[in-house]
Design a protein around this ligand. Structure first.
Ligand code: ADP
Ligand code: MG
Length: 725
């Protein structure tokens, strides 16, 4: 497909774009539609018998075990509600380890003996489903003879009705497990980890005088970055279409260096898309809050309000699906890939997290009294210890072939996991390291004495955008997660390592209390011990600087650059012991996650390599050869006419053409190599052989893009894709 016909047509189509007609009435208030399609507490209270309602709420709010007897009553109310909303089908929604969302749709209608059909939805249909699970990755957890898995209703995430012009569907969030009860999804471990973290956080709260603390949960506010490109361009790029990122493309003359896009005015077309998505999100009860342009041209961000981690994770998946669908309606494609364009900022999904309950709020908010502050510092110290001890697991929780392009590139946190505390908190911990904190920077004098701690500021102070793990005033922000991944994985890890730290600290403090020691003194001692042993992970400097990796190495902090360096962290003895202790994963489940991580890595790069070969051989090379022929004909014609011929242009294009041919041959050979002895060997082959071979092809092709006549160039350019919206 050489020749620029497709490109030109795409550009004409972009120019001719007419926005879809407004989808909502001007009189409609956002509050009116919020949660309209959600089987939420208000609906349940209206429709469920009181005892059933109470029982379900106890599960949702207080983590009580679900009473098996409530299934039928809830199912019946849910069915009536969904039918009134125009639903014809129901679906168990689950989150397999591909990182995607899976659904199996069934009709409500069941035939009855007189030949007609009745809408049926029994309790057992609500609570359990049996999708054919054999094609989902399981990393060795299932043999084919036991290929079944089942889905089970998760009442802590409300059911909702998903609209479609051709009929609506009742969607039921579920966990997905094997017949032997092992997790095949992202939700099951998240729920387990939530429970473990809550239990030990409550022990700490009890020590600080909350006699009967409410259930502690983790909250998550994910900031989602994404790109929008016109769909005409998208469809003309086989690489974007199949791999979600460009595998070719020379740097545009104007990139993001002017910083003129960040927080700039949102293009009208994009604004129309954002309003449309927000309306859909509102209906689904997803609290979309802020929206703005991001650093790169064509890049944007949405941040919904934080919610309980499990709900936030489900909502995040639903948000991505909604964005994809609505972007198409507006003639655009929404790209969630971490690095769709080389040399341009990548996209992340910052995971803001806190722990707390309605009684204490976020445990990461410093209080007004020394006592409250001591509690705050204990929780912060728990984070410091957790991140230091389990940095490798945090790194592994964000490991993917796609995120590898982003981490450590110049706009995303490095692969070295460290914590940013801000000047003030760092100063306080600095004092604690020396024995006791007696003053708080910027807040004047403090009460002196071992039983007191400094009054801490409530404003977050400074910001550091280069840190992978930053304290931001009332929460921590984990910035390494990739834009495409589910937040469930990182949140599961955070919950589990926090459970471990809180357990460790609670055990020491409980013993001190039991031994009749002074509590404040015991707290001081423990804080000093933790900051002394784990302070190496605290880094307030510039994470992008060249000196940081050197400094980090001196501090003994790991720099696990690629997915293959990070994944083995999952199967170290201490990691497996940790997850087993807190009943989040058993050994087999950990091994399966490791295997699936390798498998996904290999699959991703394999697809990219094959597309590189195809586009290189069938689009780029023919265009370049045609141009070369044109130049050669020109030289020959000039010579024949007795004019001195300039061969510079011909030579200039011939060099990269030769390189491209060599590169394509090498890539083809690398793809043909037989390495199928183990998942690790295959993944290593992808990293060591395929990635460099793809880069060589791209290098030659990108050079050609700058030489070949524009009317022959087949692929939409970076300039066109990034700046035409
Ligand atoms: P910034 O760009 O300054 O990091 P944003 O407003 O874009 O901030 O996003 C902040 C995210 O953090 C939002 O999703 C917000 O709901 C979330 N957040 C705020 N407070 C908390 C908290 N206590 N726990 C978890 N997430 C929080
Ligand atoms: Mg942020």
């Amino acid at each position: 497909m050489s020749g620029n016909r497709v490109r030109l047509q795409a550009i004409r189509d972009v120019e001719a774009y007419v926005p879809p007609s407004a989808s909502f009435e001007e009189s409609e208030a956002p509050g009116q539609i919020f949660g309209e399609n959600v089987f939420n507490k208000v609906v349940m209270q209206k429709r469920l018998p009181k005892s059933v309602y109470k029982s379900v709420i106890a599960t949702i709010d207080h983590g009580a075990k679900l009473d098996p007897l409530v299934g039928d009553a809830v199912a019946s109310a849910m069915k009536d509600w969904a039918l009134e909303k125009g639903a014809t089908h129901y679906a168990h929604v689950f989150y397999p380890l591909t990182g995607l969302t899976a659904e199996k749709h069934d009709s409500f209608l069941e035939p009855v003996s007189d030949g007609s059909a009745l809408a049926e939805f029994a309790g057992k249909t609500l609570t359990q489903g049996e999708p054919d699970a054999s094609s989902f990755p399981n990393g060795g957890l299932r043999n084919t003879f036991e290929a079944r898995g089942y889905t089970a209703w998760d009442p802590t995430s409300p059911a909702y009705v998903l609209e479609n012009p051709n009929g609506n569907t009742l969607c039921i969030p579920t966990v997905f497990v094997s017949m032997t009860g092992e997790a095949l999804d992202h939700k099951t471990p998240l729920l387990r980890s939530q429970q473990a973290m809550g239990e030990h956080a409550e022990r700490i709260l009890k020590l600080f005088g909350h006699t009967n603390p409410e259930h502690v949960v983790s909250f998550c506010g994910p900031e989602q970055e994404y790109f929008l490109v016109d769909r005409h361009f998208f469809l003309a790029r086989p690489d974007l279409l199949n791999a979600g990122r460009t595998l070719f493309g020379a740097k545009p003359p104007k990139g993001q260096e002017f910083d003129d896009h960040y927080f700039g005015a949102i293009p009208e077309r994009v604004l129309g898309f954002m309003m449309d998505t927000e309306r859909e999100l509102f209906k689904l009860g997803i609290p979309a809050k802020t929206r703005h342009n991001e650093v790169a041209p064509g890049q944007f961000e949405i941040a919904p309000m934080f919610e309980k981690a499990n709900l936030a994770a489900d909502h995040q998946q639903l948000l991505m699906t909604t964005f994809k669908t609505i972007a198409k309606k507006h003639g655009m494609e929404c790209l969630f890939h971490e690095k769709p364009f080389a040399g341009v900022n990548g996209s992340g999904k910052h995971v803001n997290f806190s722990l707390g309950n309605s009684e204490v709020g976020s445990v990461f908010v410093p209080g007004d009294t020394p006592h409250e502050n001591a509690q705050f510092l204990v929780f912060c110290a728990a984070v410091i210890r957790a991140v230091h001890l389990y940095a490798g697991l945090l790194r592994a929780s964000v490991a993917s072939a796609t995120n590898d392009h982003r981490l450590g590139a110049n706009e995303a946190p490095p692969a070295i996991i460290s914590i940013f505390l801000g000047d003030q908190l760092q100063d306080v911990f600095g004092q604690i390291a020396k024995g006791a904190a007696t003053s708080s920077k910027g807040k004047g004098t403090m009460i002196i004495g071992v039983d007191t701690l400094p009054i801490l500021p409530t404003d977050p102070g400074d910001r550091n955008r280069t840190s992978p793990f930053a304290f931001t005033g009332n929460r921590f922000e984990f910035r390494a997660p990739g834009s495409m991944q589910s937040v469930a994985g990182p949140m599961t890890t955070i919950n589990t390592i926090m459970a471990d730290s809180l357990d460790y600290m609670a055990t020491i403090l409980e013993k001190a209390v039991a031994d009749g020691e002074d509590f404040d003194k015991a707290v001081q001692l423990l804080l000093t011990e933790i900051i002394t042993e784990h302070g190496a992970v605290v880094f307030n400097g510039d994470g992008y600087s060249d000196s940081w990796p050197i400094e980090a190495e001196k501090r003994g902090l790991a720099n696990l650059k690629t997915t293959l360096d990070a994944l083995p962290e999952l199967i170290t003895e201490p990691a497996m012991a940790l997850f087993e202790k807190y009943k989040v994963f058993n050994h087999r489940e950990m091994h399966s996650r490791y295997e699936i991580g390798l498998e996904q890595y290999t699959l991703t790069i394999g697809v990219e390599a094959r597309i590189t070969l195809e586009v290189g051989a069938t689009s780029v090379l023919p265009a370049a050869v045609r141009y070369q022929t044109e130049l050669a004909a020109n030289v020959a014609a000039l010579k024949a006419a007795g004019v001195e011929a300039d061969t510079d242009a011909l030579l200039a294009v011939s060099g990269p053409i030769a390189d491209l041919k060599t590169g394509l041959a090498a890539l083809k050979a690398a793809l043909a190599e037989d390495v199928a002895h183990s998942a690790l060997a295959e993944a290593e082959h992808a990293r060591e052989a395929l990635l460099p071979a793809m880069l060589a092809v791209r290098g030659a092709a990108d050079k050609l893009e700058e030489l070949v006549a524009d009317d022959l160039w087949p692929l939409p350019t970076y300039q066109e894709m990034l700046f035409m919206l």
